[in-house]
Design a protein around this ligand. Structure first.
Ligand code: HEM
Length: 428
């Protein structure tokens, strides 16, 4: 189970049906489901009764503080309403130039690296998407060194949280051995760097970035967010907004490497929509085929392979009783790979997402961005990130998988490629 929960859950789905009970670590009751009606109930219809799980709130909250990812109820609702403004279409269009400039920097490094031979695309995509979110948050003046330090801190701390979660029996040792303290200090250092930007901005001219949205936001009593809250919300957006997109991009490139027909069609679409111009948010809705490709890659490799919730009160969905306090695991990967909803589910087939086919989908069977009130706030930003990176990468390079590697997915918090994905990039 610890090694590969996807394999175990999928086997149980076959044996016990679309919803089954499971005891985490042999003790804690969990209900695992791929049934879209149950998923819709949990994530949307009765979302009030299903809070984020202890792991997300307690462990992530310890390092990331209070913010969209780790709060519930009224506090969450208010923050969500305020932060949403930073992701509206006008804002995303306003980010476009800054994101293009950031990417131009990233590609200079990428170009010199791929000239030397095959590279693992996963860390490379991570660097690109992290810089994009970081600059969208803190603006053009955010220094490269600071981006690097914060990015390194976030990945190290995230890995530590995963270890704490998967090996809870080691937690006393993490305390005694100084591991916990070491990671806390790293976070304090990253916090202090970002806090300086926040404090400085209070006295500077406004920027066209998410930081400004957070600072300008006002509660009904006229007050704004404290510097500390702006900081923890920023950290949470950084965490939520880079690994997910880089992950999708990595799997997408992997899939495209073996489908020259799709790649060719995709390139034609980029040419016809952009005609060589840099991509901006206003272009995003015109990418019909690219959207199909991205949706299909997210179906096969959903970064959040599961979404977990805790039932606040007992609930009943049809004849399924959900006891108070039990965990409900929405097994996203299982739903995305169920042959009942997706014929020949392992096949990469972007045509599943043509306009005509979209109307045939059962609701809540394609949920890479979750659903209901706590669904992803950054979906449009993610599309902009992915399309922008693709628009440059496909124009510059042909690419192929480096030979002799076994590509395998590893379901941690995010569904990562277990041993990376090595690719060769050849200038076009
Ligand atoms: C392909 C890329 C992405 C995927 C697949 C993805 C997926 C998800 C999913 C499944 C959730 C819901 C989790 C749950 O219900 O427990 C979520 C929430 C969230 N996402 Fe994303 N995400 C992506 C990109 C982004 C980006 C780019 C940002 C921000 C820049 C972002 C910010 C957030 C935030 C803040 C939440 C929490 C929302 C709340 O609880 O109100 N995500 N994401």
């Amino acid at each position: 189970m610890a090694r590969n929960p996807v394999q175990v859950f999928s086997k149980y789905n076959q044996q016990y049906g679309d919803t089954f009970r499971f005891y985490i670590g042999g003790i804690k009751e969990a209900i695992v489901t791929i049934n879209p009606a149950v998923i819709q109930h949990v994530l949307k219809t009765n979302a009030e009764n299903y809070h984020k799980s202890e792991i997300q709130v307690k462990r992530m909250g310890h390092f990331l503080g209070k913010g969209l990812l780790t709060t519930e109820g009224e506090a969450w609702r208010t923050q969500r309403r305020l932060i949403q403004k930073g992701f509206d279409f006008k804002q995303l269009e306003a980010f476009s130039t800054l994101l293009q400039e950031t990417l131009a920097d990233s590609f200079r490094k990428f170009d010199s690296q791929v000239a030397l031979g095959p590279v693992d695309i996963y860390p490379n995509m991570m660097k690109m998407t992290f810089s994009m979110v970081a600059r969208a948050l803190f603006g053009a003046r955010l220094k490269d060194d600071d981006i690097e330090l914060v990015s390194h801190t976030i990945s190290t701390v995230q890995e530590f949280i995963v270890r704490q979660t998967l090996q809870p029996y080691l937690n006393p040792w993490f305390g005694v051995s100084g591991q916990l303290r070491k990671h806390e200090l790293m976070r304090v250092r990253a916090d202090s760097i970002l806090l300086e930007y926040i404090k400085r901005r209070r006295h500077e001219a406004p920027g066209a970035d998410l930081l400004q949205t957070l600072m300008d936001a006002r509660y009904s009593d006229g007050h704004g967010m404290s510097d500390e809250l702006v900081l923890s919300e920023s950290m949470q957006l950084l965490v939520a907004g880079h690994e997910t997109s880089s992950n999708s991009l990595s799997w997408l490139l992997y899939l495209l490497a073996s489908r020259p027909d799709c790649l060719e069609k995709l390139r034609l679409e980029f040419d016809s929509v952009l005609g060589g111009a840099p991509l901006r948010f206003e272009h995003v809705s015109r990418f019909e085929y690219a959207t199909q490709i991205i949706s299909e890659a997210l179906r096969l490799y959903p970064p959040f392979w599961m979404i977990d919730r805790m039932a606040v009160a007992e609930d009943r969905i049809g004849d399924i009783v959900i006891p108070r306090g039990s965990t409900v695991i929405v097994y996203v990967y299982g739903t995305h790979h169920a042959s009942l909803y997706w014929p020949d589910p392992e096949r990469f087939d972007p045509a599943r997402f043509t306009k005509a086919n979209l109307s045939r989908h059962t609701p809540f069977t394609h949920i890479p961005f979750g659903g209901g009130p706590r669904g992803c706030i950054g979906g449009n930003f993610a599309m902009l990130q992915i399309l922008m990176i693709l628009s440059i990468l496909l124009r510059k390079y042909d690419f192929e998988l480096a030979p002799g590697q076994a590509i395998e997915a590893r379901p941690m918090v995010i569904l990562r490629p277990k041993n990376g994905i090595r690719m060769t990039f050849l200038p076009r």
